[in-house]
Ligand binder design. Structure first.
Ligand SMILES: [Zn+2]
Length: 245
């Protein structure tokens, strides 16, 4: 556990630099710009309302750092700018769509690669080591999509990742998608964010269909936000919450 603690502190200390580098091309200079289709995450506990405006009912509460995606808006009402967002669910409540105010969320850079629930989160104890990724579980064949634009490669690792795709991005970032059933890209193909790169499977060292989603930078693991039991949907934003670890 000592090692885990030191890694947490290391990540926390370097968090700002890590966050700043992901997806620079997509967000540079436009941090406040919002648009339909954008991946986002909440920056505080947020009421998801049935309509734009405080007179509308609360459909659900999206906890701080819940990922989502803008699907409609904006509407200016009651002094706020509102956007309709599809938000990830927790273990008790599935995905929910509703209206949240502009000030309660930020744009995300990377997106979750699949629809499913998080079966193992980052720092999950693996017998003296920790899980440096999030696992998203669903049925065989569920689409697995690129978390960010980049160049995709197909690979195989016996007894480990099995069939997997890795995508090289700007600034030394690499995302990995392990235990695939099949590939949807050719080796060296350039892919856009949200483009399907494979299908969920259980190849390699795996006890059931899921995608092991890992982010590296220059060969070192990068924290990926998400809580075990959380229901995530592909194309929803991954929170940039390194600083609060
Ligand atoms: Zn895993």
């Amino acid at each position: 556990m000592t090692n885990q603690t030191s890694r947490r502190q290391l990540l926390k200390a370097s968090g700002a630099a890590i966050v700043g580098g992901v997806g620079l091309a997509a967000t540079s200079g436009t941090a406040s710009a919002r648009y339909v289709g954008q991946p986002i995450y909440t920056t505080e506990n947020t009421w998801v309302r049935t309509g734009p405006g405080t007179e509308n009912g609360v459909r659900a509460t999206a906890d701080k750092y819940t990922g989502g995606r803008i699907v409609d808006g904006p509407v200016d009402e009651d002094g706020f700018r509102w956007w309709r967002c599809q938000m990830n669910g927790d273990g008790d409540n599935g995905r929910v769509a509703g209206w949240i105010p502009n000030r309660n969320f930020d744009p995300a850079d990377i997106t979750y690669p699949s629809l499913g629930y998080i079966s193992s989160d980052y720092y999950d104890d693996r017998g003296g080591r920790y899980h440096s990724a999030v696992d998203i579980a669903n049925d065989y064949g569920t689409p697995v999509k690129a978390a960010l634009n980049g160049t995709a490669y197909r690979a195989y690792e016996e007894g480990g990742c099995g069939n997997y795709v890795y995508i090289d991005h700007e600034d030394g970032y690499r995302t990995l998608y392990c235990h695939l059933q099949g590939f949807s890209v050719s080796h060296g193909e350039y892919v856009e964010q949200n483009q399907q790169v494979g299908t969920m499977g259980s190849s390699g060292h795996s006890s059931g269909p899921h995608v092991h989603f890992e982010v590296n930078r220059n060969g070192s693991e990068v924290y990926v936000s998400g809580t075990a039991g959380e229901e995530v949907h592909s194309e929803s934003g991954v929170a940039k919450n390194y600083a609060d670890l």
